[in-house]
Design a protein around this ligand. Structure first.
Ligand SMILES: O=P(O)(O)OC[C@H]1O[C@@H](O)[C@H](O)[C@@H](O)[C@@H]1O
Length: 500
């Protein structure tokens, strides 16, 4: 029996008769978008694993907005204006845009749709501004998901308008206590849990142990959401969207939300590319662009696709204490001294002479650096290596390890990198090993700010390399007792001791 053809773009009737578009990429990755809200509700990798969170209590019933996926907050973020929370775009019926003004040419292995929302008479009563909002949703190459928004002022009365905006992305995570966000350290934020008061984030990457509802201001173009349990990192690249909202309702608010399971806060984290602090103003005829690109770095060290972009990281900011060396490696490899935009086209686009898709704000124009595949794969290997909890293999005394490294190196190039170092470095005189053969280090060589950092350690478990005595002195308990505590509590202690 032949399998039915699976078209790259398919429109299907979904829950409650709502129309849903399914985009499929050749390797099996997929995205689902409801016309209601132009709402991405699903993003799956080639193994069919869901990458976005959607509430199990979601009922898909207009005019209620959909809980999860990627709601579009427009023309107002949160309650920062006269409209309903997060504006009305997320509960309007969008239509297909049959004739979108051109965006740069599309390359192989990409599939996309264009949707449009225009102000209706009803909308004009609550927000008296004539607009056209075009959204392109692109899947691929690989599982990369890109959302490009273009908002135009179509007023004929000569009046400008002003709006705020967010891609309210709900990431699916294994366990919120295992998650860390990097890229927002040392930034100022407005805390929605504290009447929008302004604070400055500390130098450490973010971990979660209670409700968080913060708007980080003037953020870099790249943010990483690292899930240690899944050994997976989401990378958010954004353009034209200076702010980033981080939200998790935690237990009490979760219970108060009818469309959210009581425990679901453990399995989601919203990190939202946004323009909030400085609202965007458009004169008639002007257009704004805001773009968000999501990709995944998986445990085997590959970010799919293994090509096609360079990453910019704002080099005008001081390197923050508390970022993992791996993140810094990844970021610094792709520094774009030319600016904060990330809109570097894939090589194929360069060959075609096109500019990058989206192109950022209305002024457009991203850098066109050549993509350095080798550097990137090294940086990614470095990033993902930090996820590997020490296996028995790594716990072996180094001298013994050298004898077994040959077979490993054939299997896993990452191991061979570790082994290469291992063979050279026998345990030094002043280093001790524990009963398992794990090399121990003094506390000051294990901290995130160490000037003489211990080599080849699992940076997610720095505390493990402390001797029993040092551990007790720092943590006031034994290692056994420590590892019996909930993960969030462990992380909190580790953070306060600069070990996370
Ligand atoms: O329940 P809603 O309207 O989808 O909003 C959820 C949350 O969205 C976040 O973006 C806001 O910062 C929070 O304040 C808000 O509670």
């Amino acid at each position: 029996m032949s399998t039915p053809e699976r078209r790259p773009v398919e429109v299907v009737k979904a829950v409650n008769g709502l129309e849903k578009v399914v985009l499929r990429e050749i390797h099996g990755c997929s995205v689902e978008v409801y016309l209601y809200g132009a709402h991405v509700t699903s993003w799956k990798n080639e193994h069919g694993e869901e990458l976005l969170f959607i509430s199990s209590k979601e009922i898909f019933k207009p005019p209620k907005p959909i809980r999860g996926g990627i709601p579009i907050c427009f023309p107002q973020f949160s309650s920062l204006g006269p409209l309903e929370l997060h504006g009305f775009a997320r509960n309007r019926l969008w239509t297909f845009d049959d004739d979108p003004p051109p965006l740069p040419p599309d390359i192989a292995n990409k599939v996309f749709i264009d949707l449009i929302l225009r102000s209706t008479k009803e909308d004009l009563k609550i927000w008296p501004h004539s607009f056209e909002y075009r959204l392109r949703i692109t899947l691929g190459p690989g599982e990369d998901l890109m959302l490009t928004s273009r908002v135009r002022n179509t007023a004929t009365d000569g009046k400008p308008f002003t709006f705020t905006f967010a891609y309210h992305t709900y990431f699916s995570v294994s366990d919120i206590s295992e998650v860390r966000v990097e890229g927002l350290e040392t930034l100022d934020y407005l805390d929605n849990c504290q009447k929008m008061e302004r604070f400055t984030e500390q130098g450490d990457s973010l971990t979660f142990e209670s409700e968080v509802d913060k708007i980080y201001l003037s953020t870099p173009t790249k943010i990483a959401v690292m899930d240690h349990e899944k050994k997976q990192t989401f990378v958010i690249r954004k353009d034209g969207l200076p702010d980033a909202v981080v939200w998790n309702p935690w237990d009490k608010k979760a219970k108060a939300m009818a469309d959210f399971g009581d425990d679901e806060y453990k399995h989601m984290l919203c990190v939202e590319a946004a323009a909030v602090e400085k609202p965007i103003t458009l004169k008639p005829g002007e257009e704004w662009r805001g773009r968000q690109q999501l990709s995944v770095v998986n445990k085997s060290g590959s970010e799919k696709p293994q090509r096609s972009r360079s990453v910019s990281y704002s080099s005008d900011r001081p390197r923050a204490r508390g970022r993992s060396p791996a993140f810094n490696a990844l970021a610094s490899k792709f520094d774009n001294p030319g600016g904060r935009n990330l809109s570097t086209p894939p090589p194929l686009l360069s060959n075609l002479g096109g500019s990058s898709e989206g192109g950022g704000s209305s002024s457009g124009g991203g850098s066109h650096d050549a993509y350095k595949a080798l550097s990137k794969s090294k940086a990614i290997a470095s990033l993902t290596a930090s996820f590997d909890k020490p296996s028995r293999d790594k716990l072996m005394p180094r001298s013994v390890k050298a004898a077994t490294s040959d077979s490993n190196s054939r299997i896993n190039p990452l191991n061979s990198r570790v082994d290469a170092v291992t063979v050279k470095e026998n345990v030094k005189e002043n280093e001790v090993e524990d009963d398992e053969g794990l090399t121990l280090y003094p506390y000051d060589r294990l901290t995130t700010s160490s000037t003489n950092p211990a080599p080849n350690i699992d940076v997610t478990r720095r505390e493990m390399y402390l001797s029993k005595a040092d551990f007790r002195a720092k943590f006031n308990m034994t290692k056994d007792a420590f590892y019996k505590m909930p993960k969030w509590r462990q992380n909190k202690m580790k953070t306060s001791l600069e070990l996370f």
